[in-house]
Design a protein around this ligand. Structure first.
Ligand code: BGC
Length: 471
């Protein structure tokens, strides 16, 4: 089962108001522009308080693993910038390595919010007690406000150091945060995911202007964000390997991967050259670019498909033990002339089999993306998210069964090493800017009492999970 901290934690008293996402969702101008729904995290399901019940629920639904993330701004509510660490740079001035020594670790230990650390330790201990292997995502989107003022960045007035993924300094602070997390939770966690979806953070935040902080619309900044996020993976990988030396399971002390959202792209008209070209561009930019960066050190900054000179930085490749795949949909790409950069002369056809938010349900795509990722990068895979926005719960059973059948084909027929499947999600939760009306949960949550109630689809999921088989 998969969750993310910001989407589920708040809702019963305890708020965490120190992140860019908190500010973004409360910003009046964002509301007026319709960029955010008006729903706020403090009305969430309250996992922070009800985690014991939720982990029991996950276990009762037949799960043996639980994906969750940590809220960076809860752990370090105040800036860590004054903690001195060694930063090594390559010939071009890129940050190549961040060395956190024992003295720095002690300082970080003094700055940490002990209550937050205690609570996360209780959650992870409870996971283990219930036989749920935790997979912990280090970055599932909220950034502490001291590193990202999303409104000032949106308005073009943020000083350097407060522009989130556009500023290089976030890499150093992220490395410190990751080192501390690995040190403080390594005895409970072996499965680590570094970054959740480089593509969505960069695309929705810097190219699509609106839904995600900082709501920009600029190709250069989009690529810069992709580059920094890809570098952040490498730095996190190194910190976790160095600071988590304790095994909590048979997986070894630390197995560290990145989570990529992969879409199945298809030309609207397979015989139309322009549709095919637009499809290949989408595949390259959204599915491939950041994985090429992580596995090969390719930073194709002008996105021309040629990687040369200072675009090739193989020494920034630190490793990646597995790839997490978030698969939701197919996109049928149609050549559509527009003003501006001709590479963006495309649109997506309306969904054939639409979820509540217009995602085109296409189970065959899951097998395809798994085959593609494995054949290209040769790493074991986890399906780290797969699920459907379906408030009526009328499509979910078909969705789950359809996707698991395709996954089975990838495993049995194509021999792809797929080590696990995490469904998105356990309970209805805060779907970022779209709010609570978008319902991905196997269980509903009463907005007042916060009571969880398994939906009909949860029963089907449970049967499959417990049998570990579709039959
Ligand atoms: C994200 C989740 C989100 C889900 C459904 C994924 O891209 O990781 O946080 O809720 O999609 O839209």
């Amino acid at each position: 089962m998969a969750t993310a901290s910001f989407q589920v934690e708040m809702g019963k008293g305890e708020v965490a108001d120190g992140s860019d996402w908190w500010v973004w969702l409360h910003d009046e101008r964002n509301r007026q522009r319709g960029w955010v729904s008006g729903d706020v995290p403090e009305n969430g399901p309250g996992f922070w308080k009800f985690y014991r019940k939720d982990l029991k629920l996950a276990k009762d639904l037949g799960c043996n693993a639980f994906r969750m993330s940590l809220d960076w701004s809860r752990i370090f509510p105040n800036s860590t910038r004054d903690v001195r660490v060694e930063v090594h740079r390559d010939l071009y001035g890129n940050i190549e390595k961040v060395w956190v020594d024992i003295r720095a670790m002690r300082e970080l230990g003094k700055m940490v919010d002990k209550t937050a650390v205690r609570r996360y330790r209780s959650i992870l201990t409870e996971c283990r007690r219930r036989g749920l292997e935790p997979m912990v995502t280090l970055y599932h989107w909220p950034i502490p406000l001291y590193l990202h003022d999303p409104v000032a960045t949106r308005d073009g007035v943020a000083p350097e150091g407060k522009r989130g993924w556009l500023d290089e300094c976030i890499l150093v602070e992220f490395a410190k945060y990751c080192s501390y997390i690995a040190y403080a939770f390594g005895d409970l966690v072996d499965l680590w995911a570094t970054i959740n979806e480089v593509k969505i953070v960069s695309d929705h935040g810097f190219l699509d202007g609106g839904e995600f902080p900082p709501g920009m619309n600029d190709f250069e900044t989009f690529i810069l964000a992709m580059r920094h996020l890809s570098m952040a993976h490498g730095l996190a990988y190194e910190q976790v390997k160095r600071w988590d030396r304790v095994s909590a399971s048979s997986l070894g002390s630390s197995s560290v991967g990145i989570v990529a959202v992969l879409h199945y792209h298809e030309p609207s008209d397979p015989s139309n050259e322009a549709d095919i070209k637009a499809t290949l561009f989408n595949d390259y930019l959204f599915n491939e670019w950041s994985l090429n960066a992580v596995f090969r050190g390719d930073f194709d900054m002008n996105v021309d498909g040629v990687v040369e000179g200072d675009e090739q930085l193989p020494w920034l490749v630190k490793g990646c033990d597995w790839i997490g795949i978030n698969y939701y949909m197919r996109r049928r790409v149609k050549y559509t002339p527009k003003s501006g950069d001709p590479r963006f002369n495309y649109s997506f056809e309306p969904a054939v089999d639409s979820s509540d938010i217009g995602f085109d349900t296409y189970p065959e795509g899951l097998r395809w993306v798994c085959d593609w990722a494995y054949s290209r990068y040769r790493r074991p895979l986890y399906v780290t998210e797969n699920g459907i926005a379906d408030a009526a719960d009328s499509m979910r059973v078909r969705y789950i069964e359809g996707h698991l059948k395709e996954l089975q084909k990838a495993i049995e027929l194509d021999e792809v090493p797929i080590h696990g499947y995490f469904h998105w999600s356990l309970i209805d939760n805060l779907e970022w800017s779209s709010g609570y009306k978008v319902r991905f949960g196997l269980c509903s949550v009463d907005p007042v009492t916060k009571r969880r109630k398994p939906k009909a689809s949860a029963e089907v999921f449970k049967r499959i999970a417990e049998a570990n088989s579709l039959l």
